[in-house]
Design a protein around this ligand. Structure first.
Ligand code: FAD
Length: 504
């Protein structure tokens, strides 16, 4: 008889979180676990979540996914960043780009030079003029980044905008080919061990009992094991992130295919616009304290640019997270562990971060409390930092034209964010951290885009002669523009590289 010491992992739920977890475990830890996923087609998946962050590329690469094949199957487009319209002030706009500002070559962050020139009264232009990703985005251009770090065409990064309902089935094929088992059915009960309190099995409607050593709760907002069964508390962050609903409605694409997601400020929240190959995703994320579902749906219908292809659909949520994501022998991944609104497309990233933590800290036989605590520490850090970054978008505004904007402008914010904002306002300094998703360029883009302009700059930016600084900035801007002009249109690149199967 073969002695199989692999752990039996039961994944509850087959949305994006469930199938990302299943595919990663069978691919990366084949000698350590058996994977059995249970999902219910009758319950279905959330089915939104179309914009991603560049980290997803590393995840797909680890799974051996061919980019062009994946993009064609999910009708994906490229994403160079997020455009924010009307956030700092009505009529404003800026892009949070993926990539650096400047040439990415110097020791010092480029925005210090930009800020020095601005404070000296030079006509420097917008910070975005010095970003390859921003320039490409506004010109609707795209090509893959250059591998040579000396070239300006290497200074941007990219993510995808894809059909949220196709990613999980795409991963399911991979996971099943690699040995993941799938059971269709509704779970009606979760059995705990009377002595230890650990989860022993899930019971399906047809009375089938599926036992496991480790359970991954990917049941979405139902939070079937970690929330309903184990009772892990949910930390509610509504006081800082008051949006608690979204109304979604896709439409036909009428305009050029933009290589970026738009987040357009609305009276009680904001509206997303995500161009895919075959349609445009739209949704209005709003706070039910400040508008009704009916008014939000009407505002969305009035705002979308193309012919609607479905009725408006309302989704409800609450900002926050479970106090711990790993409790006993249950790890929560995806919406069951918490939710932060999709303003910076962070949910799929959070799924990926949890999977990375789980793979790195995967139990040998017994679960070590040390590993579990470390996992929870990592996930807390991710959530807390994203939370602060999201709050910044709302709080750093001059808008007081609606009750919603006045509330977020004047609300007290977490001390951790207050300190970060003060540090930046003084001398443009970014709080550095080793772990966490948003690095310097992201914070810089949002601070400056929202109108927080530093009163001074890093002293090293003062060492350059004024005339040399002016010349260097001018030539950098020209280099970026010239490089972008030489690139193909976004649509042309897609048609050549990864057209969807029925595109012809
Ligand atoms: C309005 C909105 C916009 C979003 N936009 C983005 C975005 O742009 N980018 C991004 O990264 N993320 C976004 N997200 C988040 C993203 O949709 C989710 O993170 C992602 O879809 C993962 O969901 P999930 O797999 O955790 O849950 P779900 O998709 O809800 O899947 C849950 C699974 O659990 C199963 N299940 C539940 N109960 C049972 C049961 N009793 N028995 C058996 N099976 C069960 C269901 O059948 C399903 O398979 C958005 C979310 C919302 C609400």
């Amino acid at each position: 008889m073969v002695n199989d010491s692999r752990l039996k992992v039961v994944i509850v739920g087959g949305g994006t979180a469930g199938w990302m977890t299943a595919a990663a475990l069978v691919k990366l830890l084949p000698a350590r676990c058996h994977v059995h996923l249970v999902e219910s087609e009758a319950i279905g998946i959330v089915g939104v979540g179309e914009a991603t962050l560049p980290h997803i590329r590393a995840f797909n690469e680890k799974l051996g996914i061919d980019e062009a094949d994946f993009m064609a199957a999910t009708r994906a487009t490229f994403k160079l960043g997020i455009e924010f319209r009307g956030w700092g002030r009505l009529g404003d706009s800026y892009i949070h780009p993926f990539g650096t500002f400047g040439s990415g070559q110097g020791e010092l962050d480029f925005h210090h030079y930009w800020n020095r020139a601005r404070l000296e009264g030079q006509d420097v232009g917008a910070l975005g003029d010095f970003s390859m990703a921003v320039t490409m985005a506004y010109m609707n251009r795209f090509t893959l980044p250059d591998a040579d770090p000396a070239r300006i065409e290497s200074t941007f990064n990219y993510a995808y905008q894809f059909d949220a309902t196709s990613y999980a089935p795409y991963l399911r094929r991979i996971a099943e080919q690699l040995g993941a088992k799938r059971t269709e059915g509704r779970i009606i009960d979760v059995e705990l061990d009377g002595e230890s309190g650990d989860v022993r099995a899930v019971i399906l409607e047809n009375q089938e009992r599926i036992e496991g050593d480790l359970f991954v709760d990917c049941s979405g907002f139902f939070s079937l094991i970690i929330g309903k069964t184990l009772g892990e508390p949910f930390e509610d962050w509504t006081q800082w992130l008051p949006c608690d609903r979204a109304v979604a409605m896709p439409c036909r694409t009428r305009t050029a295919l933009s290589p970026y997601t738009s987040a357009i400020a609305m009276p009680a929240g904001w509206r997303w616009r995500i161009p895919l190959q075959h349609r445009t995703g739209n949704g209005y994320v709003y706070s039910s304290q400040f508008t009704s579902d009916e008014d939000a749906a009407s505002a969305l219908v009035a705002a979308v640019e193309g012919e609607p292809i479905a009725d408006p659909r309302v989704l409800k949520f609450k900002a926050g997270r479970r106090t711990r994501s790993w409790v006993r022998n249950c790890v929560a991944v995806g919406l069951s562990s918490g939710f932060l609104e999709p303003l910076e497309s962070t949910s799929i990233y959070l799924i990926q971060a949890a999977i990375t933590g789980l793979v790195e800290l995967f139990p040998e036989r017994e679960i070590s409390p040390l590993d579990r605590d470390e996992f929870n520490r990592l996930i807390d850090l991710e959530y807390d930092r994203i939370r602060d970054f999201l709050i910044l978008h709302y709080h750093a505004t001059e808008r007081d034209d609606t009750r919603f904007w006045d509330y977020v402008r004047t609300m007290p914010v977490p001390d951790s964010l207050k300190e970060k904002m003060e540090l930046f306002r003084r001398r443009g300094r970014i709080v550095k951290y080793r772990e966490g998703v948003f690095l310097d360029a992201s914070w810089i883009a949002v601070y400056i885009g929202q109108g927080i302009l530093p009163q001074s700059y890093d002293m090293r930016a003062g060492l350059v002669h004024e005339a040399s600084l002016t010349d260097a900035m001018k030539s950098l801007r020209t280099r970026i523009r010239t490089a972008a002009e030489a690139m193909p249109e976004h649509r042309e690149h897609i048609d050549h590289y990864c057209p969807m199967p029925d595109a012809a």
